[in-house]
Design a protein around this ligand. Structure first.
Ligand code: SR1
Ligand code: MG
Length: 403
């Protein structure tokens, strides 16, 4: 058997098995089952196992176009290398929070990694009401490590600039620049929303005060190369169980603003809170845990550093943490708006079956998103965030416990 390693070709279930046999992940005579299970917007994902599942692997391969749209939207294969490099980088700091990468091949645009099928995608699990007591703490730990250690706080200026070059990811950044920060705020043909939302959306497109704040946030995204960020940290990019959390899919990774990932994670917890008002206290608890753990781990890393004299300056740490939080809320607002009326939606909202409830929930998501963008400077704590959430959520009323 000879697998062609020097030419990119999208794999099939059969050729994926051949490749893994050739790479000795399976023996030549072993009976291997393979299923393409990719349900995301962009890639092929093959799950392979032997009978009895003694060996199980995941092979992820980038397609040269965005699967969610079709071949008319070409997309760089380089993102596969960005993804495997980012996973390897994250594993240096928090190996327990990412899948183990066993092999990657830039030409074939693929990565072979540990199978995580004993866990659930957090979005799916949260919709079903699964309990993830460690989720907030784990995401807080992950973000504190990657943000501190890949930024100028943790690297020399030269090392940081080299890493920023390694993770230059203009094509995937452009997707975010368009789909998160631009298209939803204008009448653009990538937008996607129910006719019942038209009036509200058209009103949103006229709001200059809002668009000015979005322009500022977009500029942060374009220019603030603070640290290596995941770039797409929604709850579909996280595997979870009661005991474990694994962050996957960092193909959008690049040197971006400190608050971006935190904002996306918060927004996606808020979608779930809108979907499941009865779980609101638990979901705000996750946001609280994320922020508390992030602040405490980031602070410990900051205090350990004895080389940078500015880190001892009174007020600098507090300023940094507050800026990250405030920017995160603005990014969360953009994510809430784009996932409601832009190109790629979230199941938390789209699968609300009863149509009037779905529309009202989406309207609320838009109101909360707007409020986060406009009021981010006033929302200092998770309690403030909760208060804003309640204020914008008429049909929940105030009948909810505080965090
Ligand atoms: C064309 S890609 C659409 C979205 O899917 C990814 O998960 C990112 O969120 C991107 O914006
Ligand atoms: Mg993804």
């Amino acid at each position: 058997m000879t697998f062609q390693f020097d030419v990119y070709k999208p794999l099939t279930e059969e050729s994926a098995i051949s490749l893994l046999k050739e790479l000795h992940f399976f023996a030549e005579n072993e009976h291997v089952t393979c299923r393409e299970i990719g349900d995301g917007n962009l890639n092929l994902v093959f799950q392979m196992s032997t009978q009895g599942s003694t060996k199980k692997w995941i092979l992820k391969q980038a397609l040269p176009y965005a699967k969610v749209v079709g071949e008319s939207w070409p997309l760089t294969l380089k993102r596969a290398k960005i993804e495997s490099d980012a996973l390897l980088q994250f594993a240096k700091f928090t190996p327990h929070l990412v899948p183990e990468v066993l092999y990657s091949n830039e030409t074939l645009a693929l990565t072979i990694m540990e199978d995580l099928s004993h866990l659930s995608i957090a979005r799916t699990g949260l919709i079903k009401g699964e309990s993830y007591p460690n989720l907030g703490k784990d995401i807080g730990t992950f973000l504190a490590h990657i943000l501190f250690k890949t930024s100028d706080l943790g690297l020399s200026p030269t090392e940081k600039k080299e890493k920023a070059q390694q993770f230059s990811n203009p094509e995937l950044c452009k997707i975010t620049e368009d789909l998160v920060f631009t298209d939803p705020f204008f009448d653009h043909d990538t937008n996607d929303f129910e006719p019942e939302l038209s009036e509200k959306v058209e009103q949103l497109w006229k709001e200059d005060e809002l668009k000015l704040e979005v322009a500022k946030l977009k500029r942060l995204f374009l220019t603030n190369g603070d640290a290596l960020i995941h770039g797409d940290l929604h709850t579909g990019s996280i595997f979870a169980s009661e005991h474990e959390t694994k962050i996957i899919d960092p193909e959008f990774a690049f040197y971006g603003p400190f608050g971006f990932d935190l904002g996306h994670f918060i927004a996606n917890l808020l979608f779930n809170a809108l979907r499941r008002p009865q779980a609101q206290t638990e979901l705000f608890g996750f946001i609280y845990d994320t922020r508390e753990t992030f602040s405490s781990v980031f602070t410990s890393l900051w205090k350990e550093d004895k080389n940078n004299p500015f880190l001892q300056v009174n007020g600098y740490l507090a300023y940094t943490l507050q800026t990250i939080w405030q920017d995160a809320l603005g990014f969360a607002g953009c994510e809430m708006i784009r996932r409601t009326i832009g190109l790629a939606h979230v199941a938390d909202l789209d699968t609300i079956e009863e149509s009037e409830l779905r529309i009202r929930t989406k309207e609320t998501a838009l109101d909360i998103g707007k409020s986060l963008i406009l009021n981010r400077a006033e929302i200092k704590t998770v309690q403030d965030l909760h208060d804003f959430y309640i204020e914008n959520n008429e049909f929940l009323g105030n009948n909810v416990r505080t965090v």
